[in-house]
Each structure stands twice: as structure tokens, then as C-alpha cells.
Design a protein around this ligand. Structure first.
Ligand SMILES: Nc1ncnc2c1ncn2[C@@H]1O[C@H](COP(=O)(O)OP(=O)(O)O)[C@@H](O)[C@H]1O
Ligand SMILES: [Mg+2]
Length: 420
């Protein structure tokens, strides 16, 4: 049986075979109701990738992200990897539970329900809220406000560049940076705002925003990134508490942006050491290869406008191969994702899409090696849960796929009112 591996160059296939891959599903052969499952599809986890996961609502994007995470966790190279899952909906804590509800489908695939050791991180200042609602989490994170740039504050607050508010903000941040470096808190910022000769409306306006920022519950001492990037570990960064808040997606994007920036910087430093080791004939991995997996990615890296995560994520996309970071971006509407991210994806998993602009957006980047119009492939997919297309730029192949059932519980199912 010929082996299918996606995301892997021919050279790597020859050198490594299937080492460092994970089975995400099976190749679908035939069209529509005639389609049947054939060879397993192996997905390369060892090399850095930019992966796009698409499909309209309820077609299996979040579910498939979980499948990729399960493979990262159980791979033969898992100890050299570290997975950070950005969870804007608060659904991935359920990976701690085995998927008992799908035991019969799992059985057909010779798989068993399995619990995963997800470490769920929440903003420290929101711990009481989680405790009160008895929502489970494992640890908390904080960010050092002194390490935010004026630009990051501006975007987090949604200020206009030329507004008085922003001019005051820039002044204050500059002054504090000069005076205290990385060592000041929001209270220091609040004090500093009074010192400049701005009208009281501007000062009050900015004060209010910083008071709000205190309530986000994310500021304190910078928490160690080490715990988020440990070998073999899965960290779920649950930012769902901001989902309902007005301007909340900007706060989520701020968190993602800062994590992205810091992790990339650390990986770049680690890569330099690794190269020195290689020169001396040592083969040491100083810091695991980081996979950052982002659900609802259009919120962080939109095609229109800019969020605090835009630049850091675009850097991952652009230079991530070198330091060894991978990015998986899931979104309902690929056309709403930043075009630079879309064009840099080397593997796409597309569940069913219907909007023409989304199909066009995908078609454009993967056109060259398709025998038919992308629409043809999509229409040939059987109407079953978890079917899709995998487009692999590395092998220049397109595979209809049935994604495998999850070993761990998926909490993101569409609720219904039937109540069985
Ligand atoms: N590969 C699959 N095998 C079986 N069921 C699946 C599969 N993928 C998705 N589903 C079902 O579809 C539902 C919706 O998937 P989900 O990933 O939450 O959608 P969305 O695309 O909106 O993120 C899931 O709760 C699950 O029941
Ligand atoms: Mg989803």
C-alpha cells in the first residue's frame, strides 16, 4: 500500500519514512455517496509548517484542530515538540476527558477513547470567576504591562493614531520606559498620565481605559514562558472570558500577539545554540519546536485592519521555518484571513465551504497542481461529518479526506434543542 504523507518533502520521506508523522484521517476515494475510505493520511509534525484549517460553521474545524493536537501529543517525536492551543471559545479543557460518546466510531477505526494531559491556563485575575462558576483550569498566566509598547496599548484600546488619547499614551509610555525600564505597573501609568499638560477630558479618557485594563486580569509580573513551552506538553490558553466583553477580541489578540512575539524570540535564540551544537557534532534540541494552534484565527490575523497579534503572527508565518515554529490557523472564512498568511500556508485542510469568495481565496493559492476547479473537489465530498480536502504544497497533491474521530472529548459540538 503506498503511504500518503502530507507536509513532507520527498527527500524527508526517503530519509525518515513515517517517523515524526501522525495519522489524521483516511484518503477518500470515489465521489459523493460512493466515496470510501482507503489509505491512512500521515501528517508531518517534525518540520515547521503553516497550516490553514477551513470550513463553514459546524463542519469540523475545531474538532480537526483537536485531532492534530492529539497527534502532536502522541507522536514518536512528542518530546521534541510543545503545543500551545489558543482557545477563544473555552472548549478544549474537554481534551482531559476520553471521548466515550464516540466509542462506536472509534471502534471502527481501531482506536480507543483517551484522555490527554492538557494544561489549561487562564488570566490570573479571572481565577476567582472561574472558581465561582466551578470551571476547571490548571494554572494562570500574567503579562508585564511595562513590556507593552505604546503601539500595543493603542491597538488593545482601539485608539486612533492621531487622537489626543494616543498622543498622551505615547508620551506616558515613553517616559515610563525611560524612567523604569521593564519595571512598572498600571498604577504607575495612571499616575504618570497627570504629569503631561493634556486637557482633563483626555487624561480622564485614558485613565478609564487603563482602569479597564486592570480588570482584564492579565497584568502582573510576566509569567514564565517556560511553563507554556515545556517539552511534550500541551498548553491550552483559554481566553474565552473576553469573548463577551466589548473590545474583548482586541484583548485576546493582545495576549496572542505577546505570546507569539516572546516565543519566536526565544526559539530564535535557541536555534542559534542548536546550530553551535550541530557544528560541534552534538545534536541537542535546546527548546522544543513550538506548534501554536489558533482557533477562530480571523479574529487575530484579519485581512482588514490590524490587531496586536497581526505583526507577531505574520512574522511566524514569514520567518518561522528558520527558528522552527509552526502555526495552525482555523477560520470559517479564509477570505477574511490576512492574505500573507493564506499564501504562506503549505498545507490546507478545508472542510466544506460554500461562499464563492472563500473558494476563490483557496483556489488562488493552490491552483497550479489541481486537475479540476476546487469547486469540483468540494462538491465531490460526501456529506458526512469530518470530510474535507487536504491540499499539500510540499507534494503538490490534493487528497479528499475523512478526518478520524477524536480520542478525547470534543466540547464544541453544535447545541440543539432536541435534548436526547
Ligand atoms: N472527523 C469527525 N468525525 C466525526 N464527527 C465529527 C468530525 N468532525 C466534526 N465532527 C462533528 O461535527 C461537530 C462540529 O464540529 P466543530 O469542529 O465543532 O465545527 P466548527 O467547524 O464550527 O469548528 C462536532 O461536534 C462533531 O460532532
Ligand atoms: Mg469551531
Amino acid at each position: 500500500m503506498p503511504k500518503i504523507s502530507v507536509g513532507r518533502s520527498e527527500e524527508d520521506q526517503e530519509e525518515y519514512g513515517l517517523k515524526g508523522t501522525g495519522v489524521v484521517g483516511k484518503h477518500l476515494v470515489g465521489e459523493n455517496q460512493e466515496a470510501h475510505m482507503a489509505n491512512p493520511i500521515h501528517f508531518d509534525l517534525a518540520k515547521p509548517h503553516v497550516v490553514g484549517v477551513f470550513g463553514k460553521r459546524g463542519t469540523g474545524k475545531s474538532y480537526s484542530l483537536g485531532t492534530i493536537v492529539e497527534e502532536l501529543q502522541t507522536a514518536d517525536i512528542a518530546e521534541n515538540l510543545s503545543t500551545i492551543l489558543i482557545d477563544p471559545m473555552g472548549i478544549y479543557w474537554s481534551m482531559k476527558r476520553p471521548n466515550e460518546k464516540d466509542i462506536s466510531i472509534l471502534d471502527q477505526w481501531d482506536l480507543k477513547p483517551e484522555a490527554f494531559e492538557a494544561e489549561v491556563y487562564i488570566p490570573k485575575g479571572k481565577a476567582a470567576e472561574f472558581d465561582k462558576k466551578e470551571m476547571p483550569y490548571d494554572d494562570t498566566f500574567t503579562l508585564n504591562p511595562a513590556r507593552l509598547t505604546a503601539e500595543e496599548w493603542k491597538m488593545a484600546f482601539g485608539l486612533n493614531t492621531n487622537s489626543e488619547l494616543n498622543i498622551l499614551l505615547e508620551r506616558a509610555v515613553q517616559e515610563l520606559d525611560e524612567q523604569y525600564g521593564d519595571d512598572y505597573r498600571i498604577d504607575h501609568i495612571l499616575e504618570a498620565l497627570e504629569k503631561f499638560n493634556f486637557d482633563s477630558k483626555t487624561v480622564k479618557g485614558l485613565e478609564n481605559r487603563f482602569m479597564n485594563a486592570k480588570d482584564w486580569g492579565i497584568f502582573g509580573e510576566e509569567s514564565s514562558l517556560d511553563k507554556l513551552t515545556e517539552r511534550g506538553e500541551l498548553s491550552v490558553v483559554d481566553v474565552s472570558v473576553f469573548g463577551q466583553m466589548s473590545g474583548g477580541t482586541r484583548v485576546q489578540a493582545l495576549i496572542v500577539g505577546i505570546l507569539g512575539k516572546r516565543i519566536l524570540r526565544r526559539r530564535m535564540a535557541a536555534r542559534r545554540l542548536e546550530e553551535l551544537d550541530e557544528m560541534q557534532g552534538l545534536d541537542e534540541n535546546e527548546m522544543p519546536i513550538v506548534w501554536m494552534i489558533i482557533d477562530e484565527a480571523h479574529e487575530f490575523l484579519p485581512s482588514d485592519g490590524k490587531t496586536p497579534a497581526s505583526e507577531p503572527l505574520l512574522r511566524w508565518v514569514k520567518i518561522g521555518r528558520e527558528p522552527g515554529v509552526s502555526l495552525v490557523l482555523a477560520t470559517q472564512q479564509p477570505a477574511k484571513l490576512h492574505p500573507n498568511a493564506l499564501s504562506q500556508c503549505d498545507v490546507l485542510l478545508s472542510h466544506r465551504l460554500t461562499a464563492q469568495q472563500d473558494i476563490d481565496a483557496l483556489g488562488e493559492i493552490m491552483q497550479t497542481y489541481m486537475r479540476y476547479d476546487l469547486k469540483h473537489y468540494i462538491q465531490a465530498l460526501p456529506d458526512r461529518k469530518g470530510t474535507g480536502l487536504i491540499l499539500d504544497d510540499n507534494s503538490e497533491r490534493i487528497y479528499p479526506v475523512q478526518m478520524r474521530p477524536r480520542k478525547s472529548w470534543h466540547a464544541g459540538g453544535t447545541p440543539d434543542a432536541f435534548g436526547d
